[in-house]
Write a protein that binds this ligand. Structure first.
Ligand SMILES: *Cc1c(COP(=O)(O)O)cnc(C)c1O
Length: 374
């Protein structure tokens, strides 16, 4: 089976991990945590980086630090992982969902604009699958309406929007370092901001909100969402190779693009727009409307031929966990619904070899052709 993702860990990861073990610094108190935070913040052109346990934790802390509470509305895409939406609901606030653009698969300023009310407090922008959202109109919308913008840049390490790094937009940005992201720490995440007050608050929320004057005394409830020195050691080694990783992903994506753009059966992610070149976090394909099968069927056929795949996100407006929530509205979001039904992604990790990629290409083409009329 050709796996859907294999990370590349052949830089200084092992050397830095050995340093942790030999020095005995394995907890969050170790020196790699600060070094990793500084390295990521510098790269994303932010003043502060706060390393945490995972990308979901980063979003939870960020939403809390931004002051979100009961009754507040936050605009967020339906087509996303649940993490940004649960960060909103866990604080008693209301996620207001928007559909995606059918070509970029991202939320748009027009979609957001239609959902702003006098209870709207902010926008969580989620960049999907390697192509950033069109940020300028979103930032402008936030500013004109006095809203904060939180950027979920979990899939965007090393990506730029009009020459500015993703992870640098809005009041706070968050990252994930899960093994399928461009940079991994096994599990891990980071909060990025230029605001010293927000940065302090996030650092406190990550560490149980210990009072500055007395350990084990608390004025607020937080979490233990700290990152270990072991994770940060891996992350630092990974960051040293970010440019190479981005280049490698772009090569992988371009190779797929050159073949699949000619396919009559599928829609593929945009290779470039006027504001960015895709960095192909994953290589996604969407079966055309006329194609006689859905993603689940084709994924099963590909698995039989040794190609591992994953489905696209399952949209928030179809989540059973939200049906009973008081804010839930049974709106249809047709683009998100179609993406979930007809989209999946093929092997696209950093460790994918050229020969395996060629095998994926020929198998996917063959399987798509075989089932086009049966
Ligand atoms: C991966 C991902 C997350 C969650 O990160 P974890 O580290 O797995 O918790 C959040 N948002 C987006 C857009 C992601 O792709």
């Amino acid at each position: 089976m050709i796996p859907v993702n294999t990370p590349l860990l052949d830089g200084k990861e092992k050397a830095y991990l050995t340093e942790c073990i030999e020095s005995g610094w394995i907890s969050s108190e170790g020196p790699f945590v600060r070094q990793f935070e500084e390295k990521v913040a510098e790269r994303m052109e932010r003043t502060y980086g706060i390393a945490v346990a995972n990308g979901t934790a980063a979003l939870e802390i960020a939403a809390k630090a931004l002051g979100l509470g009961p009754g507040d509305e936050v605009i967020v895409p339906s087509f996303t992982i649940i993490s940004p939406v649960q960060a909103i609901t866990k604080l008693g606030a209301v996620p207001v969902l928007v559909d995606s653009d059918p070509h970029t698969w991202n939320m748009t300023a027009e979609g957001v604009s239609a959902k702003i009310t006098n209870r709207t407090k902010g926008i969580i922008v989620v960049h999907i699958y390697g192509m950033p959202c069109d940020m300028e109109p979103l930032l402008q919308l936030a500013e004109v309406n006095g809203l904060w913008l939180l950027e979920d840049a979990a899939e965007m390490h090393g990506q730029q929007y009009k020459g500015r790094p993703c992870g640098s937009f809005g009041a706070i940005s968050t990252l994930s370092f899960y093994p399928n992201k461009h940079i991994t720490t096994g599990e891990g995440g980071m909060i990025l901001t230029n605001n010293a007050v927000l940065a302090d608050h996030c650092a406190s929320l990550r560490n149980l909100c210990f009072a500055p004057e007395r350990r084990f005394k608390h004025y607020e409830l937080g979490w233990n969402y700290r990152m270990t020195n072991l994770q940060a050691a891996v992350g630092l080694a990974q960051m040293e190779r970010l440019d190479y990783f981005v280049e490698k992903k772009r090569q992988m994506g371009t190779t797929y693009h050159e073949v699949f753009r000619h396919s009559p059966h599928i829609q593929i992610g945009l290779h470039e727009t006027e504001y960015a070149q895709n960095i192909y976090w994953i290589y996604g394909v969407v079966l055309n409307k006329q194609y006689p099968h859905n993603a689940a069927f084709m994924q099963a056929r590909l698995a039989e031929k040794g190609i591992d795949t994953r489905p696209f996100f399952y949209p928030m407006h179809l989540q059973p966990v939200f049906y009973s929530m008081p804010w839930y509205l049974s709106h249809d979001f047709p683009v998100a619904t179609t993406l979930a039904d007809r989209g999946f992604y093929i092997p696209s990790g950093l460790g994918l070899s050229t020969s395996d990629q060629l095998k994926v290409i020929s198998t996917v083409q063959k399987v798509l052709d075989i089932h086009a009329h049966t």
